[in-house]
Design a protein around this ligand. Structure first.
Ligand code: NAI
Ligand code: PHE
Length: 351
C-alpha cells in the first residue's frame, strides 16, 4: 500500500480501518484545483485492501478528469469502503453511520454521492450524522435523488454525438447499440435508446434481470460471455471497469465504445489498441459526468432541473470536441480528453 500512495500524483489519502465491520475505508483526494474534491462512495468486497486502495486512487483521478473536461467547479476524489462478503444489513447501516462521522470530520474537504454498492437511501443514512455535502439524498430528505437518470441522459447524448461523428448524423433506426449492465444507468439508457428508435442488444449477469429482459420483446438478450464478440454499432459498457483489455479488444465487433462504466480501459495501452483496430472510443470520464455534475449543480449551485438537463446535453458537444482534437493532433481520444482536462486544470491553477 505504501508503494501505491507513494507513486500516486494526488493530494491526500485518508485511510481508516473500521474494526466493528472489519472494513477498510479509503478516501482519495486527487485534486482540489477546480474546487472541493467530490466523488462517489463505492462499497464492495475486494480480494485485498491493496485492491480497494488501487481502485480508490484510480477512481479519484477519474473524477478530477471528469470535472475538468466538463469545466465544472469541483475537484476529484473518491471513497472506497471495502466490506467483507455478506455484511449483515444492520452492521452495514452502523458502518455507514461511522463513515458519515468520518466525512463530517473532513468538514467539506470531500463531498460524496452514491457509486457501485451505494444508493440514495445510503446517502440518507450517511447524512443522518450531519455530514456536509452528501449528494443524491432522497427528495424527502432534501436531496435531488438518484444520479443515474442524468448519467443515462449524458450517455445518450454521447452516443448521439459519436454516431454524428461517424456518420454525419445519428440514424437511430439503422443503428444497433449493445448495453452491458442493466442496473440503474443501463436500464434507463436502454429506454432512451428505444424511444430514439435504435435496435437494442442487452446483457447482464444478474439472473433476475436476465429473466426480465429475455421476456422483453423490444430487445435481444446476449449472454454475458458473448458480449464482446457480438456485432453492433455502439458497445455501451454500463457495468464495471477494466473491460477493455488485451483479451477483449481483439474480440470487439463494434464501431464505437460509449458507456457509463468508470475506468473502462484496463491500462493506457488499451486506448492505442482500440485506435489501431479503428474503434472510436468515447472516454468514460467525458461520457459519464452527467449524474455527478447535474446533481451537484442542483443541490449545491441552485441549478433548476431544466438547467441540469441542458448542461448534461452539452456532454455531446464536449465529446465532439474531444474527437476533433484527437483527429487534429493525431492522438488517441483518451489522450485528447486528458489534454483538454490538463489545460483546464492549468488554467485554474494559474488564476
Ligand atoms: P448498478 O450497480 O446499478 O448496475 C450495474 C449492473 O451491471 C448490474 O445490474 C450488474 O448485475 C451488472 N453487471 C455486473 N457485471 C456484469 C457483466 N460482466 N456483464 C453484464 N452485466 C454485469 O450500477 P449503475 O449505477 O448502473 O452504474 C453502472 C456503471 O456506471 C458503474 O461502473 C458506475 O461506476 C458507473 N457510473 C454510474 C453513475 C451513476 O450515476 N449511477 C455515474 C457515473 C458512472
Ligand atoms: N458515481 C458518481 C460518478 O462516478 C459519483 C457522484 C454522484 C458524485 C453524485 C457526486 C454526485 O460520477
Amino acid at each position: 500500500m505504501n508503494d501505491l500512495i507513494q507513486h500516486w500524483e494526488g493530494e491526500m489519502v485518508i485511510s481508516h480501518y473500521d474494526r466493528p465491520a472489519e472494513s477498510w475505508i479509503f478516501v482519495g483526494i486527487h485534486s482540489t484545483a477546480l474546487g472541493p474534491a467530490a466523488g462517489g462512495t463505492r462499497m464492495m468486497h475486494y480480494a485485498s485492501p491493496e485492491d480497494a486502495l488501487r481502485d480508490c486512487l484510480k477512481l479519484a483521478r477519474g473524477m478530477t478528469m471528469k470535472y475538468a473536461v466538463a469545466d465544472f467547479p469541483r475537484g476529484g476524489g473518491k471513497a472506497v469502503i471495502a466490506v467483507p462478503k455478506d455484511l449483515p444489513l444492520e452492521a452495514r447501516r452502523e458502518l455507514l453511520l461511522r463513515y458519515g462521522k468520518l466525512i463530517k470530520r473532513l468538514n467539506g474537504l470531500f463531498q460524496t454521492g452514491p457509486d457501485v454498492g451505494t444508493s440514495t437511501p445510503d446517502m440518507d443514512v450517511i447524512a443522518e450524522t450531519g455530514a456536509p455535502f452528501v449528494f443524491c439524498r432522497s427528495v424527502e430528505n432534501g436531496g435531488a435523488g438518484n444520479s443515474s437518470e442524468l448519467t443515462a441522459h449524458g450517455v445518450f447524448h454521447a452516443i448521439r454525438a459519436t454516431l454524428a461523428h461517424l456518420d454525419g448524423a445519428a440514424d437511430w433506426k439503422r443503428r444497433t447499440v449493445l448495453v452491458q449492465g442493466l442496473g440503474n444507468v443501463g436500464a434507463r439508457l436502454t429506454e432512451l435508446l428505444l424511444i430514439a428508435g435504435a435496435r437494442l442488444l442487452v446483457s447482464d449477469t444478474n439472473p433476475e434481470l436476465q429473466e426480465k429482459y429475455a421476456a422483453d420483446q423490444r430487445v435481444f438478450f446476449i449472454a454475458p460471455a458473448e458480449v464482446f464478440a457480438t456485432a453492433c454499432d455502439v458497445f455501451a459498457p454500463c457495468a464495471l471497469g477494466g473491460i477493455l483489455n488485451r483479451e477483449t479488444i481483439p474480440q470487439l465487433r463494434c464501431r464505437a465504445v460509449v458507456g457509463a462504466a468508470n475506468n473502462q480501459l484496463a491500462d493506457s495501452a488499451a486506448a492505442s489498441w482500440l485506435h489501431e483496430r479503428g474503434i472510436l472510443y468515447a472516454p468514460d470520464f467525458v461520457v459519464n459526468v452527467g449524474g455527478a455534475m447535474g446533481i451537484t449543480g442542483m443541490e449545491a449551485m441552485r441549478w433548476s432541473a431544466a438547467q441540469a438537463a441542458s448542461e448534461v446535453a452539452k456532454i455531446g458537444d464536449t465529446l465532439g470536441r474531444v474527437f476533433r482534437v484527437a483527429a487534429h493532433k493525431q492522438l488517441t481520444t483518451a489522450a485528447a480528453a486528458e489534454k483538454i482536462a490538463a489545460e483546464t486544470l492549468a488554467r485554474y491553477r494559474s488564476t
